[in-house]
Design a protein around this ligand. Structure first.
Ligand code: ARG
Length: 479
């Protein structure tokens, strides 16, 4: 194939009198099937990116002037015209016309209506391929900031409660079986730790989203020497530019990565929600959701259901579906731009909205939740101190493997007698091992059990408060 054989795909044809000509319509003679028209259009959803499309175009007009393709006056006319188009969107006055295929064609069509033929110079050297990638990155970059701000409020709410309620003890579970004594604040911070990782992931992702594809043209690059570094600075991407024009129009990793980071966050939120659903059940009664986040039953008057938490848990499933959908859209597409990619915007919009809503609802649930410290305390049982009993003998020099068996024998004795482990007498214990002494009764203390775990990250009050401080330091530092 010769170089001449590849026709320019997107030359703007002047609109014929009385009819709305397509921007790419020059080489077409036949009409588009109305069903195809609808099937092809993305404006119903990508109009959400109108502001970014205009910002990108204003920067591009300036870059064209810098490259000597437009005069300063022409660029100023385009920038002003685009501000007017933005004003119409802002006021809800933008009129969508048939043939407005997507946000790019709609804005350009309106610009030319407002400023005349100079509008037709804006798209010089640009393709919707580098344009759509630029708009999407700009849009998602802004949304990441909003989502992170909301996520950080959730983390701060967990830190505040953990500090205020640091004295509240509760049973910690493994396999959902009572395991050891922890603090309510320790549990809160266990989830905040996963949310902190989620925030770090979004932070790490930001520069990869905020990298500029514009100036890549349809695939081969820009023939007018536009300054891509200037464009990147102008659009807030700090000089980062996509390194290869073919990859720039092809790459949707940033969407997939965001969908993964959000899905994992929702997976974390679903586990947190599940804990609280269990803790708020009639069998536990550790916590109660405030009326603001619960609903009743249409049949059973006594019911108060933790719907907000169940919805968060369910939406996590939907997010995984969006991620899977996105991966499947990208998979197997040949290099550079393919229309398949248009399918990614709705997945992205839905994921942004769902993530943002879930985070804010979670913050509401968390900060209004009522806790019942007495029920938590009542959930602690003597056998949860069996490890502490083994550790008592460790401190007297008995190897842990042996003390594990010795403590197990004590548990068995209590079970056979039908009493609590802590109800065994010193004499009973001495019958199992001679190194048990009078001070063994100190082991039967749940607070002491938590306090013994005083290493970094542990359940002691000091350690939990230290975790609060570290989390706050992270929040203060890493905007
Ligand atoms: N609406 C399209 C999208 O979302 C814009 C890019 C169209 N490019 C093209 N060569 N047809 O992907």
């Amino acid at each position: 194939m010769t170089a001449q054989a590849s026709a320019a795909p997107e030359t703007a044809a002047p609109p014929a009198a009385g009819e709305q000509k397509k921007l790419w319509g020059g080489r077409f003679t036949g009409k588009t099937d109305p069903l195809m028209e609808k099937f092809n259009e993305s404006l119903p959803f990508d109009k959400r990116m109108w502001a970014e499309d205009i910002r990108g175009s204003q920067a591009y007009a300036k870059a064209l002037a810098k490259a000597g393709v437009l005069t300063e006056e022409e660029a100023a006319t385009i920038v002003d015209g685009l501000s007017k188009v933005a004003g119409e969107w802002q006021a809800g006055a933008f009129e969508i016309k048939s043939g407005d295929e997507d946000i790019h064609t709609a804005n350009e069509r309106r610009l030319s209506e407002l400023i005349g033929s100079t509008g037709g110079k804006l798209h010089t050297g640009r393709s919707r391929n580098d344009q759509v990638a630029t708009d999407t990155r700009l849009w998602l970059y802004g949304q990441l900031q909003l989502i992170r701000a909301a996520l950080r409020e959730l983390i701060a709410a967990a830190a505040d409660r953990a500090e205020a309620e640091v004295d509240v003890l509760m049973p910690g579970f493994t396999h959902l079986q009572p395991a050891q004594t922890v603090r309510w604040g320790h549990w809160l911070l266990s989830h905040a730790a996963s949310w902190q990782r989620d925030d770090m992931r979004l932070r790490d992702l930001m520069p990869r989203v905020g990298t500029l594809p514009l100036g890549s043209g349809a695939l081969a690059g820009n023939p007018f020497g536009v300054d891509r570094r200037f464009l990147s600075q102008e659009l807030g991407f700090e000089g980062r530019v996509c390194p290869n024009s073919m990859d720039a129009v092809s790459d949707r990793d940033f969407v997939a990565e965001f969908l993964f980071a959000s899905s994992l966050h929702l997976v974390h939120l679903s586990r947190w929600a599940e804990d609280l659903i269990i803790y708020s059940s009639g069998q536990f009664k550790f916590v109660q959701c405030s009326d603001a986040y619960a609903t009743g039953s249409s049949l059973m008057p006594q019911k108060k259901n933790p719907d907000a938490l169940e919805l968060i848990r369910g939406k996590g499933g939907k997010m995984i579906g969006n991620l899977t959908g996105m991966m499947a859209v990208i998979k197997g597409t040949p290099t550079t731009y393919n229309k398949d990619f248009q399918e990614s915007w709705e997945l992205m919009f839905d994921t942004v909205d769902t993530t943002y809503d879930c985070v804010r609802i979670a913050t509401g649930v968390l900060s209004t939740l009522r806790i019942n410290p007495d029920k938590m305390l009542a959930g602690l049982s003597g056998d949860m101190l069996a490890t502490d009993l083994a550790e008592y003998l460790v401190r007297k020099g008995v190897p842990f493997r042996e003390t594990h068996h010795i403590s197990g024998a004590a548990v068995k004795l209590a079970e056979d007698r039908g009493c609590e482990l802590s109800a065994l007498t010193v004499a009973d214990l001495q019958g199992i091992h001679p190194l048990f002494a009078e001070d063994v009764v100190e082991v039967w203390d749940f607070n002491r059990s938590a306090e013994m775990r005083d290493t970094e990250g542990g359940a002691s009050k000091r350690s939990v408060l230290e975790q609060v401080q570290k989390l706050r330091a992270y929040l203060a530092d890493s905007c």
